[in-house]
Design a protein around this ligand. Structure first.
Ligand SMILES: [Ca+2]
Ligand SMILES: [Ca+2]
Length: 347
């Protein structure tokens, strides 16, 4: 238990959510949790989902990055230009990632012993391979235990998403998770591609609807149906799954956007190549001395990148990050059970 506290308490907070509260010594009281890890099984037959192959061409243009801002770091809204690019039609799947692992022998960050230089506050014997796994709470908790739905789980990684006793059997078409920044980068390079910039991701997720709050315009639903896999109900206790899925969904289960791309909003958060700062900057007016590894006040000193799109854990009462403008700081060395990625390439 101490290991979890120290590791998550140090890199912590970062767990890709809306909360800005720090973890405390009361966290990870297991009596507060369900006895089983969060169920990542789908509720619908995945045969109903499409498996769109390849990449979609996105004609570049000018758009307003940050329009529809809800959280301070989404501001100010700035006119932004992106060039033409191709983007994967769906999140990288377990099957695709396993092909990469098989071809290269790559070992993901979650499978390695963390570098002590990256986490100077953590004693060496507590630097263990693993990742953060979401665990649904079974009852209300007080402020002292806020944010304790994340477990640092020894042995959790892309191939063992809930820990050593779990696997991805029959999950070929689910998005790969527990992906740290370097993992995503390594896969993209192997494919001859790269990771999207934050601007490219936001431009793509807007689907050509510039200036809107949501990817479809004014709502997370279209014709009464959810356009993305998020969380309905009171977070983190009760996901009513009005969108059809509790937990992860296979890729392509929600409608493609106007560019022919699925799940840019929701399902898993996705890495961009962009460094995180807690606001947007005009690229022609960058302040001097910006920290090269990014900056997030909740985890100062930790290298942070931008993740986009929100996940199956984003709920209206807690984390309205299922919007194109939404962004979050993420420790580049930590994947979690709701972070994946996709790639882009030049025309
Ligand atoms: Ca859902
Ligand atoms: Ca996504």
């Amino acid at each position: 238990m101490a290991k979890r506290n120290l590791i998550l308490g140090s890199v912590g907070l970062l767990l890709a959510f809306g909360s800005y509260q720090l973890l405390d010594t009361q966290m990870f009281d297991t009596q507060m949790f369900d006895t089983q890890m969060f169920d990542i099984e789908q509720m619908q037959d995945s045969k109903a989902c499409t498996k769109p192959a390849g990449m979609a061409f996105i004609k570049g243009g000018t758009f307003t990055m940050g329009a529809g801002a809800v959280y301070p770091d989404e501001m100010p809204a700035i006119k932004t230009v992106v060039q033409d690019f191709y983007m994967d039609r769906h999140e990288v799947t377990n099957l695709q990632f396993s092909e990469f692992i098989e071809a290269t022998g790559y070992i993901t960050i979650a499978q390695r012993i963390p570098n002590a230089d990256d986490y100077p506050d953590i004693p060496a014997d507590l630097l263990i391979p693993g990742s953060a796994v979401f665990v649904k709470l079974s009852q209300a908790v007080g402020a002292a235990t806020f944010m304790n739905w994340w477990h640092f789980t020894e042995g959790a990684n892309w191939n063992n998403p809930l820990g050593p006793d779990s696997n991805i059997k029959d999950k070929d078409h689910y998005p790969v998770i527990h992906i740290a920044y370097d993992d995503a980068l390594a896969y993209a390079k192997w494919k001859g591609n790269r990771l999207p910039t934050e601007a490219e991701f936001e431009f793509a997720s807007r689907g050509g609807i510039d200036g809107a709050k949501y990817a479809t315009g004014s709502s997370l639903t279209e014709n009464g149906k959810y356009i993305a896999n998020t969380w309905q109900g009171l977070f983190p206790f009760n996901d009513t799954a009005e969108d059809g899925y509790v937990g992860l969904a296979p890729v392509g289960c929600y409608p493609q956007n106007h560019f022919g791309i699925h799940d840019l909003i929701g399902n898993v958060w996705e890495w961009t190549q962009s460094i995180y700062y807690p606001r947007h900057f005009d690229p022609n007016q960058l302040p001097p001395n910006l920290p090269a590894k990014g900056y997030d006040a909740k985890q100062p000193g930790i290298a942070v990148g931008v993740i986009k799109g929100g996940s199956y854990l984003c709920a209206e009462d807690f984390c309205m990050r299922y919007r194109p403008a939404a962004r979050h700081a993420q420790d580049t060395g930590l994947g979690t059970s709701h972070i994946g990625f996709r790639t882009v390439k030049e025309p």
